[in-house]
Write a protein that binds this ligand. Structure first.
Ligand SMILES: NC(=O)c1ccc[n+]([C@@H]2O[C@H](COP(=O)([O-])OP(=O)(O)OC[C@H]3O[C@@H](n4cnc5c(N)ncnc54)[C@H](O)[C@@H]3O)[C@@H](O)[C@H]2O)c1
Length: 347
């Protein structure tokens, strides 16, 4: 058993959480998920009755609620995933994004530390680098976030690094774009978008095509969080890690998907202004932590295909698979306008 019997996973009902939480339970941890459940609870159907799992509904912006959560929970470690989780959804309402991705995130970090949590693993993002000319993006490069989402991810890292010490270990995880099937399925991520278009429409539309995009399988990113629970604190404290497996161009991804699915998928190319392109180095996690991703992009495509065949998902366009569309359709769950949440809460 690890040093962290009791683990809080914020945002644990999300895409990554829906794969990570069952893995933590399998390892024998007591797991508490703290989540607004704005995307529903169905993704947790497979584990909801597990004796070691607690589901707590709440918002990371709600200070009183979060303090009570930590008082009652006595957590050894926190895996902090909760966020408005991509650029377009963060741009929907900057005030909301500020209240969640900046203030709420930093609040969780502060309260975790004050409550005696030993280790906090923070879901940052590879987007913190912005656009780099260098061939290989390594962790020592200056951060240059160009979107609100990326800016608050970078500020979260700074905040965490400012409060770590000998008793409170904090680590930032700069994940590449995640891919593959999960019970809470996001189809707004590049490999998943292209694969679902191929399966559902028989056509892949590629914008540009030459841009390099790094990816990591949802199983691997989940395993990496577990790897960090087992890692030596002296090695990881205050560190940031890129987590990436295969770097492909978008056209390379489309061709791989065409190959793997082995059907008559057409690739259509459209022009784009979004020429962000980078090659993320995963050398540091290999060298310092001996972490080596085990799931390929090809595997992610195959997993999505078999879930499609098994009717685990059917409609690429269903808003439940797209964060922006879902938030626009359910504004009441997101407290657009940011600060109003705190006034309205009765927690
Ligand atoms: N998926 C990726 O490609 C990727 C890549 C890099 C980093 N990340 C980061 O990893 C984390 C998890 O990503 P994901 O893909 O699972 O996203 P997701 O949107 O599927 O999950 C986020 C979860 O957080 C919850 N949540 C949102 N706001 C909340 C709030 N105010 N209080 C409590 N819970 C709240 C949501 O209900 C959801 O269950 C995010 O922080 C994301 O930015 C994801």
């Amino acid at each position: 058993m690890s040093d962290f019997p009791s683990i809080l996973v914020t945002g644990g009902a999300g895409y990554i959480g829906s794969i990570l939480v069952p893995k933590l339970l399998d390892r024998g941890h007591d797991v508490t998920i703290f989540d607004t459940f704005s995307f529903g609870r169905d993704p947790l159907d497979g584990v909801v009755d597990h004796a070691d799992l607690d589901l707590v509904e709440g918002d990371i912006r709600d200070r009183e609620r979060v303090e009570r959560l930590f008082e009652e929970g006595d957590f050894d470690a926190v895996i902090h995933l909760a966020a408005i989780s991509n650029d377009p959804s963060s741009n929907l309402d900057p005030e909301l994004t500020t209240s969640v991705n900046r203030d709420g995130v930093q609040q969780v970090m502060d309260i975790a530390r004050a409550s005696g949590v030993d280790r906090l693993l923070y879901a940052s993002s590879a987007s913190v680098y912005g656009i780099k000319e260098t061939e290989d993006v390594t962790e020592d490069l200056e951060l240059d976030p160009i979107t609100l989402y990326a800016q608050y991810k970078a500020e979260g890292e700074d905040h965490l690094n400012g409060i770590v010490d000998d008793d409170f270990c904090g680590v930032s995880v700069r994940a590449a774009t995640v891919c593959g099937y999960a019970p809470r399925l996001r189809l707004d991520l590049v490999v998943n978008i292209l694969t679902s278009h191929a399966l559902d429409r028989g056509e892949i539309r590629v914008y540009g095509g030459d841009q390099m995009r790094p990816n990591i399988h949802v199983e691997d990113i989940s395993d990496f969080y577990i790897h960090l629970l087992d890692a030596d604190r002296e090695t990881i404290n205050g560190e940031s890690y890129n987590v990436s497996n295969e770097n492909y161009t978008v056209m390379g991804l489309a061709e791989l998907i065409q190959d793997v699915l082995d059907n008559d998928v057409e690739i259509e190319v459209e022009p784009t202004d979004d020429n962000r392109s980078y090659h993320l180095s995963a050398e540091k996690v290999a060298r310092e932590l001996e972490f080596h991703p085990e799931y390929s992009i090809e595997q992610a495509v195959r997993d999505l295909q078999s879930a499609y065949r098994d009717d685990e998902w059917s409609d690429h366009d269903a808003s439940t698979h797209h964060n922006v569309e879902w938030m626009q359709e359910h504004p009441e769950d997101w407290n657009f306008g940011g600060e109003t949440y705190l006034e309205d809460t009765d927690a």
